[in-house]
Design a protein around this ligand. Structure first.
Ligand SMILES: Cc1cc2nc3c(=O)[nH]c(=O)nc-3n(C[C@H](O)[C@H](O)[C@H](O)COP(=O)(O)O)c2cc1C
Length: 363
């Protein structure tokens, strides 16, 4: 018998989601879509493996929601029009046939655009720190983005809502708003990338405002029962070590405000989900999300070790554990854990020089 009673126990998410276990496939961009942003047969075969491998809930890689300024990467899939949404139907059907649920992650690049086809927009004209992501086809520094007008903010918010509606119509079981890891919504939350003096900048309350507006607009579009999650982090793909300056007080404001916009869950991601979010011995970010939101929490960050995932869930800080790189090395992570089989270690070389889906990952 398995020694992970919490991790392998069922969980009910929202009013109708009965999940067989607590493991979730973490969203991972693989830049393997068609140049038009359509999902393809390779992606069907890639995603189905995780469902067959025991994951009860799969969160897709980040899909760009609109045709204006939201795309980050070449060969990133989109959900900016009906054709792109419909291209996911074979993926959705294949995953659901295996008994799993599938949630579409929606991501707006903001300043983190690295395909060069348009000049990026962002809360403020602040050049992103760090360098472009080579594994997603970029190189060198990011350009300085243009400050968004209030009309462009409204259009971006509406873009998320329309994309969520297309996801629902295509048959996705839910959507997740990517407000983490340095992309547009996180650029609003982050003090040094948001220098605005209007109601979207300044205090933490104002910097989280757009995230709440996106969640409210989505909720209005998809109705009360559809699964709508939101991903929140401190660290970023271009700034791993960032911490919220206000510490726990910021966490309180952010998670309370987000919860008031009625998402179905909060997904926190940290380098190590089980490490204190701020000071030594203090609570985890997942624990703070739970405390201040009262919502179901998915935690992510180095939970590929099932002992760590079991402990975090048992502690009450999180309900579900999102598994990233360890799932790439073990698409059947859940079945291996259940059966007490050894897990393959993840080797970062796997994503170099480019993070596209490899032949050996296909069903
Ligand atoms: C190749 C790759 C692509 C990723 N793309 C996304 C993404 O599209 N959206 C997102 O929220 N996180 C993305 N992430 C972050 C993962 O979801 C996860 O947070 C990270 O791998 C840490 O979890 P782990 O310690 O279990 O690997 C990506 C990670 C990797 C390795």
């Amino acid at each position: 018998m398995s020694s992970y009673p919490q991790l392998l126990s069922a969980f009910r998410l929202g009013s109708s989601f009965q999940l067989p276990n607590r493991a979730v496939l973490s969203p991972m961009t693989r830049t393997s879509a068609e140049p038009s942003g359509m999902a393809n047969e390779r992606m069907v075969r890639y995603y189905t493996r995780f469902a067959k491998g025991g994951f009860g809930l799969i969160i897709t890689e980040g899909l760009y929601p609109d045709d204006a300024y939201s795309q980050s990467y070449d060969n990133q899939p989109g959900i900016a029009n009906d054709a792109q949404a419909e291209s996911w139907i074979p993926v959705i059907r294949a995953v659901q046939r295996e008994g799993a649920k599938i949630i579409a992650q929606l991501i707006h690049a903001g300043a983190l655009v690295q395909h060069g086809r348009f000049a990026p927009i962002a809360p403020s004209a602040v050049k992103p720190v760090g360098a472009m992501l080579e594994e997603h086809g970029g190189s060198g520094e990011f350009p300085v983005p243009r400050e968004m007008s209030q009309t462009e903010i409204r259009q971006a918010v509406e873009g998320f809502a329309q994309a969520a509606l297309r996801a629902k119509r295509a048959g996705f079981d839910g959507v997740e708003v990517h407000a983490a890891n340095g992309y547009l919504l996180d650029q609003f939350i982050t003090d040094y990338t948001n220098l605005r003096t209007d109601e979207y900048g300044g205090s933490t309350e104002r910097r989280i405002r757009i995230v709440a507006e996106v969640l409210e607009a989505i909720r209005a579009a998809v109705g009360p029962d559809y699964i709508v999650g939101v991903r929140i982090s401190q660290g970023k793909v271009n700034d791993f070590h960032h911490k919220w300056a206000g510490g726990e007080a910021d966490a309180n404001i952010i998670f309370e405000r987000v919860a008031a916009a009625s998402p179905s869950y909060i997904h926190t991601t940290e380098y190590k989900a089980f490490a204190p979010a701020f000071s030594e011995g203090g609570p985890t970010l997942a624990g703070l999300a739970k405390r201040y939101s009262g919502l179901p929490v998915i935690a992510n960050g180095k939970l590929g070790d099932p002992e760590a995932a079991e402990r975090l869930i048992a502690s009450g800080d999180a309900d579900l554990a999102a598994i990233g790189t360890s799932a790439l090395a073990n698409p059947d992570w859940v079945n291996r854990v259940k059966e007490g089989r050894t897990l393959n270690p993840f080797d970062h070389q796997f994503l170099h020089p480019i993070a596209t889906i490899k032949e050996e990952e296909l069903l």
